[in-house]
Design a protein around this ligand. Structure first.
Ligand SMILES: *Cc1c(COP(=O)(O)O)cnc(C)c1O
Length: 377
């Protein structure tokens, strides 16, 4: 099955009992057993629910994994994956990971002696020299948020293999439509499905897919033990979102390319970040490991004042956190998504006060260009 077909015919495509062509919402917590311990495969909905199972099967298919898992949020997925490790273990992470992942490692999991180092994973020598005796995993995000930095997934998988580490990839920005990290040697891929996979700004959810059966058993054990599972209604909404993921990603990327071209020419824009640009750091790696460059653009307008003015003038870009929806969203990372990262660290990373991030939607691109044009004047 090719990518687009998988979004429609992958996973479980309906209900055998009734012929329903979508997986029904099994709003149920427990299941009748024939005799004690003798059940039809489902016993209690934390352990397994047929609607959630439908979603978990399709994400496994989309990521070419052995199994998939659905969680109550992207952070619940990330936290559950981190539960694979023991006190005293060490994880190496991309230095500009999602703010919530940074907070999880530095303010929560540090209390359980899970150690971390943030490193520029676009520099593979730096990654290798940062590995210690207790390092157990390499956790990367590519492209990153908001500067869209690119890490070479295949190169990281070689390093991970050599040092016996798990390679975990946050694939939220690329989506399984553009990028399949498991095929490039990753062990675990995860998503904030709140973003492109859901795609309509109406669900908070997280997804995980794994390459090996042994890891699948361990993640399922943690999912069932910790219990941060996704409910059946939200699971159904994600399956519905996945059906149009290919169409949405194509439309979003087409719009994005036009907006990038416009921003690059604009005199009030000092810098544009987009992996599809030849001069973007890591462009050639992105071009090799992904089938597309996605729908996120960051650009610098030089100052906090200029950024605030632009935000107050745009009409079709909704000022909001989050990304990946059908409607275009705009944000100032330093004030919003990355506010939980200390100011000096933000500056170190290049997340200036004049940096604006847009998540391009599927509106008519002429309206989006006109809107930015008037707002930038
Ligand atoms: C939003 C996001 C998360 C967290 O997901 P939630 O669904 O908000 O918990 C993790 N990683 C990335 C890259 C994100 O954009």
């Amino acid at each position: 099955m090719r990518r687009k077909t998988k979004m429609i015919h992958g996973g479980i495509t309906g209900d055998e009992k009734t012929g329903a062509v979508s997986v029904p919402i099994y709003q149920v917590s427990t299941y009748k057993q024939e005799s004690a311990g003798n059940h039809s495969g489902f016993e209690y909905s934390r352990t397994g629910n047929p609607t959630r199972h439908g979603l978990e099967t399709v994400i496994a298919d989309l990521e070419n994994g052995k199994a998939g898992f659905a969680f109550g949020s992207g952070m619940a997925a990330i936290t559950s994956v981190m539960m694979l490790f023991d006190a005293g273990d060490h994880v190496l992470l991309t230095d500009d990971v999602y703010g919530g992942s940074y907070r999880l490692m530095t303010k929560v999991l540090n209390r359980f002696q899970l150690h971390h180092t943030f490193v520029d994973t676009s520099n593979s020598e730096l990654v290798e020299t940062s590995i210690t005796e207790s390092t157990k995993a390499l956790y990367i995000e590519t492209p990153t948020n908001p500067l869209l930095k690119i890490t070479d997934i295949k190169r990281m998988s070689e390093i991970a293999k050599k040092h016996n580490l798990l390679l975990i990839v946050d694939n939220t920005f690329a989506t399984p439509y553009w990028q399949q990290p498991l095929d490039l040697g990753a062990d675990i891929v995860l998503h904030s499905a709140t973003k492109y996979i859901g795609g309509h700004s109406d669900v908070v959810a997280g997804l995980v897919a794994v390459r090996e059966d042994e890891l699948a058993d361990r993640i399922h054990f943690i999912q069932n033990s910790v219990g941060a599972v996704l409910g059946p209604q939200d699971s159904w909404l994600l399956m519905r979102g996945i059906k149009t993921l290919a169409l949405r990603m194509e439309a979003i990327e087409a719009n994005t390319k036009k907006l990038v071209a416009f921003l690059q020419e604009h005199p009030n824009v000092t810098k544009v970040y987009y992996p599809g640009l030849k001069e973007h750091h890591g462009h050639h790696i992105a071009a090799t490991q992904s089938a597309g460059f996605g729908g996120m653009i960051s650009f610098d307008v030089g100052s906090e004042e200029a950024a605030a003015k632009l935000l107050s003038r745009v009409q079709f870009f909704t000022l909001a956190e989050s990304l990946g929806a059908v409607e275009s969203l705009i944000s100032i990372p330093a004030k919003m998504t990355h506010a939980s990262i200390p100011a000096d660290r933000r500056n170190e990373l290049g997340i200036t006060d004049g940096l604006i991030r847009i998540s391009v939607g599927i509106e008519d691109v002429e309206d989006l260009v006109d809107d930015l044009k008037q707002a930038l004047e």
